[in-house]
Ligand binder design. Structure first.
Ligand SMILES: Nc1ncnc2c1ncn2[C@@H]1O[C@H](COP(=O)(O)OP(=O)(O)OP(=O)(O)O)[C@@H](O)[C@H]1O
Ligand SMILES: [Mg+2]
Length: 403
């Protein structure tokens, strides 16, 4: 028997037990070949960057739109096509994609650009001014036309300095250029920028509208064709997923996550077709995923506080015959538990004023329920109840905080 035949047996075995053909095609980082309902945006962005091919510096672009409206995927798609085209024609175009949630200071942005342009070199710990000069010399040397994407630019500390420094480079470059694409889902960001930064970054502005249910259905259908085996997902499941996501303000990320999870549920149940029932079951899980992601992104002190509440709730739960839904805590004991935990983690506990502030923020996020205690309690006592699974909070936050 030939090696290929053996491989085929294994491959067949694998594919039998799953509805997926290519699970990756449903992941948030995948850039598909088709972007339905974003044809206009693809065209507009392509036209805006096209002058780079004839050696002119494209306008800087600012892209705004709610979460899951395709800003990142459209930008990556257009820049990939631009690079491929430029390469075929032998034009020195480079693009650097930077997620400002990770590279969130001017110095980190410069280190990232430096490392992309000069792989193998270590810029850690070097001055920003030095890295800047090195970047400029590479651009001059290669007559490079560079586009830098600052995705989630609202997360960048020092937007003005970063934008200013990168844009000013063009005055110092006799050859090559740097253009910027800033992306954000924060509506108020533009108006919070100082006038000079605003006019620099927003030379060209684009707004991505949310998708409607029909748009989401088309997007899901295309992605499902790549992601699922033929006939392994029912049209009803796709329509239901699209309808749910349309209610989530037209968020395509949510739609895809829901579809992926529905596939997982179907696999767990050894079903050969994903149905509406699987989507229903997946919905709970996705909502939980979203809450857990939000918890992971909380400021550290709020995480410590939430972890203290979760641990206390678990202890109490063990002491009553009721579920954790019935565990109520007083603000006094929560503060004590929080302060103890903070010290254990080697952090300074915050004062009572900040503690109150954090408690009310966590209740605003829907993680805690807080009410003023009635008679029989000391003056300012509040009664606190956890609204999300304490076990899940502990497992996520212990990982995050111990890391
Ligand atoms: N028109 C489309 N066709 C196919 N897939 C799409 C389309 N629009 C969005 N997606 C997919 O939906 C998900 C979310 O899109 P994307 O990451 O571009 O959103 P975003 O606007 O950048 O959101 P955020 O502001 O939260 O970063 C991605 O997996 C992306 O591939
Ligand atoms: Mg994005």
């Amino acid at each position: 028997m030939a090696e290929e035949d053996v491989e085929e047996i294994f491959a067949e075995h694998l594919s039998k037990n799953t509805v997926f053909k290519n699970r990756d095609a449903l992941s948030p980082h995948y850039v598909p070949e088709n972007l339905p309902y974003r044809e206009e945006q693809v065209q507009e962005l392509s036209k805006t960057v096209a002058p780079i091919l004839s050696g002119r510096k494209p306008e800087n672009v600012f892209i705004y739109g709610k979460t899951g409206t395709g800003k990142t995927v459209v930008t990556k798609y257009v820049l990939r096509k631009l690079r491929e085209f430029a390469e075929r024609k032998g034009i020195p175009v480079r693009t650097v994609y930077i997620n400002c949630r990770i590279h969130n200071t001017r110095s980190r942005v410069f280190i990232k650009i430096g490392t992309e342009l000069m792989p193998g070199e270590n810029f850690q710990g070097l001055s920003t001014a030095y890295i800047y000069e090195r970047i400029l010399s590479v651009i001059r040397e290669r007559d490079l036309r560079l586009i830098i994407v600052l995705d989630e630019i609202d997360k960048l500390k020092g937007i003005s300095e970063t934008v200013y420094a990168l844009n000013r480079a063009n005055d110092e470059l006799e050859r090559g250029s740097i253009s910027l694409i800033g992306i954000s889902n924060v509506l108020t960001l533009k108006d919070s920028l100082d006038p000079r930064t605003k006019s620099t970054l927003c030379q060209h502005e684009m707004i991505f509208p949310p998708y409607n249910a029909e748009g989401l259905r088309r997007i899901l259908e295309d992605r499902a064709k790549e992601g699922f085996r033929e006939g392994a997902i029912s049209p009803g499941a796709i329509a239901l997923t699209a309808a749910y996501a349309a209610r989530q303000s037209g968020d395509a990320r949510y739609a895809l996550q829901l579809l992926l999870r529905a596939g997982d549920v179907a696999d767990e149940e050894s079903a050969s077709v994903v149905t509406e029932e699987h989507v229903e079951k997946a919905k709970e899980r996705v909502e939980e995923d979203i809450i857990l992601e939000m918890i992971e992104a909380l400021p550290e002190q709020e995480q410590i506080l939430l972890l203290a509440v979760a641990k206390l709730t678990l202890t109490r739960k063990g002491q009553t015959t009721f579920g954790s839904d019935d565990v109520v805590l007083t603000s006094g004991e929560v503060y004590e538990a929080y302060a103890r935990l903070a010290k254990e983690l080697g952090r300074e506990p915050v004062s009572d004023r900040w503690f109150r502030e954090y408690i009310s923020e966590l209740s605003m996020y829907g993680l805690l329920n807080v009410v003023q205690a009635g008679k029989g309690f000391r003056g300012n006592t509040r009664i606190i109840r956890l609204l999300f699974s304490p076990g899940k909070i502990v497992s996520v936050l212990e990982k995050t905080l111990m890391a």
